[in-house]
Design a protein around this ligand. Structure first.
Ligand code: ZN
Length: 241
């Protein structure tokens, strides 16, 4: 098993293409996508094409559901809301239908992994998993060895030992058969851990690491300005917040 795991592309085509290019230099069995193809960025249709062409698993996130009217946007902040309204107009009918086919959770039994955009506990409630307490609760809602998530745009690994003790990692981690893990693969299109480089995770039987990739951020930001997307969303790409 060797997978690349990507999430939260958010219609950032330059970041997605740079990540796919980096992944192709490595020997991976499959690319797994954990949701939020659209929202925030200027290229929702183009990103859906690249994702469909390259990923073996495609999940939907809350922004994808919001863009096709499957979830409320009342709880979105004003910038996210503005971007979703822009995305609804930009999406082609074909891509609207395509997004409806993406599940929000997938059990990869053959690999003993659960994939979900938000949390195993209540995937459709779009909760965030930030703390070790959140993790402790969620470890009781799946049986698999690994749970791969996205949503918060923060890359981390939480390892739970049989004793219940938990350890965290944010660059790489050894994966042990007797422990269980929740892994957030970070965000390709809008990182929020103060590193503006695109992020994804590489996963093998006994190890995982986060990979950071430079991309042409200015090109993405120029397209966002031309599309009239909120300035705050444009500027945060430079900060990685
Ligand atoms: Zn997201």
């Amino acid at each position: 098993m060797r997978y690349a795991v990507i999430s939260d592309v958010h219609a950032n085509l330059e970041a997605l293409e740079a990540v796919i290019k980096d992944i192709k230099r490595r020997k991976v069995k499959e690319i797994l996508f954990l949701g939020d193809a659209v929202g925030y960025g200027p290229n929702p249709n183009e990103c859906l094409k690249v994702l469909s062409d390259n990923c073996g698993v495609l999940l939907a996130g809350n922004h994808d559901w919001a863009a096709i009217g499957l979830t409320e946007i009342d709880y979105f902040n004003e910038y996210a809301k503005a971007a979703i309204l822009w995305t609804r107009k930009a999406l082609t009918e074909k891509n609207r239908k395509l997004l409806k086919t993406f599940p929000i959770i997938k059990d990869m039994k053959n690999e003993n992994m659960l994939l979900v955009h938000s949390t195993p506990k209540e995937p459709e409630a779009w909760h965030y998993l930030f703390t070790l307490w959140d993790a402790e609760i969620n470890f009781h809602y799946f049986d698999e060895w690994l749970c791969l998530i996205g949503h918060s745009h923060l890359p981390f690994v939480i390892e739970r030992l049989p004793s219940g003790e938990m350890l965290t990692f944010n660059k790489e981690a050894a994966l042990k058969k007797n422990d269980r893990y929740i892994i957030n693969c970070g965000s390709t299109g809008q990182p929020r851990d103060r590193d503006p480089k695109a992020c994804y995770a590489l996963l093998s039987e006994d190890r995982m690491e986060f990979v950071r990739v430079e991309y042409d951020r200015e090109k993405t930001q120029k397209k966002m300005r031309e599309a009239g997307l909120p300035l705050q969303l444009i500027e945060r790409l430079s900060r990685g917040t």
